[in-house]
Design a protein around this ligand. Structure first.
Ligand code: ADP
Ligand code: MG
Length: 249
């Protein structure tokens, strides 16, 4: 049996009276890409904020690499990298300086920060733009820098919150390929998206979230088998069947 790397137990988080996360539990195994799939407002980002120690849950706990987010948040932070849904970049700095800055923030010395920054820029196909100011970059390039930053410090667990929203197909493909190569290198990844084909292509297992709850959790093949022949139905069919066709925005 695979080794658990993250265990979330009965998480709750309310904003005023609104239950954004309403009693979710799941395990992510070492080396897997775990997908959190759900319509807008399902609670995906709130869940990532809890798992990454940005938000405290009202109740429940999360263990990452054996450390609790409640009792050992600093130790958890050393194990994780976060690529947030909202870009977190210094627009006035060059790509390289953004990576160096975040590298120092996660405790790398100057030499180590520089070598990781260059490796990550190369991985994301941006080495030739290292000296370019980030505010001149396209949306897809900014997304790729955001991912390069999340990799500083070589995290064991990477959180990716909708990393492919609103970008060109070339950048999207590069992000897919990067995620697959990180997985092949042994990284554990939590991936949120509302694009079903992405989850089907990338994820070992997928949790479908709606209204703050996990309403199904299985392999893409297992989820498709719930409603028909896996060769004939898509994850989108499963998703619509489970979450309904009502608009969410
Ligand atoms: N800081 C906050 N204050 C109040 N409501 C929030 C806050 N963060 C999220 N919410 C609400 O919680 C629900 C879940 O949001 P979110 O986790 O961002 O969903 P998702 O990422 O799946 O789109 C939404 O209805 C959102 O408006
Ligand atoms: Mg979100």
């Amino acid at each position: 049996m695979a080794e658990a790397f993250l265990t979330a137990e009965n998480l709750h988080k309310s904003f005023n009276e609104y239950k954004a996360v309403n009693g979710i539990s799941f395990t992510i195994y070492k080396g897997e890409i775990f997908g959190l799939l759900g319509p807008n407002g399902a609670g995906k980002t709130t869940t990532i904020r809890i798992l990454s120690t940005v938000l405290e849950p009202n109740s429940g706990d999360v263990t990452i690499g054996g450390q609790s987010i409640r009792h050992n948040a600093d130790a958890v932070r050393r194990l994780i990298g976060v690529c947030p849904q909202e870009l977190a970049l210094y627009a006035d700095l060059s790509a390289l300086d953004n990576l160096l800055f975040f590298g120092r923030m996660v405790g790398l010395n100057g030499k180590e920060a520089k070598s990781q920054a260059i490796a990550n820029l190369e991985l994301m196909g941006l080495l030739d733009r290292a000296k370019g100011k980030v505010d001149k970059f396209s949306g897809g390039m900014k997304r790729r820098i955001n991912l390069a930053i999340a990799l500083m410090g070589r995290p064991q667990l990477l959180f990716l919150d909708e990393p492919t929203v609103g970008i060109d197909p070339q950048s999207r493909n590069m992000i897919y390929e990067t995620i697959e190569s990180l997985r092949d290198g042994g990284m554990t990844i939590l991936y949120t998206t509302h694009y079903m084909e992405e989850a089907d292509r990338l994820c070992h297992r997928v949790a479908i979230m709606d209204g703050g709850q996990i309403i199904a959790l299985d392999t893409p093949h297992g989820l498709k088998s719930m409603i028909g022949s896996p060769e004939q139905v898509t994850l989108e069919d499963v998703f619509l069947k489970l979450t309904g066709r009502g608009l969410r925005d």
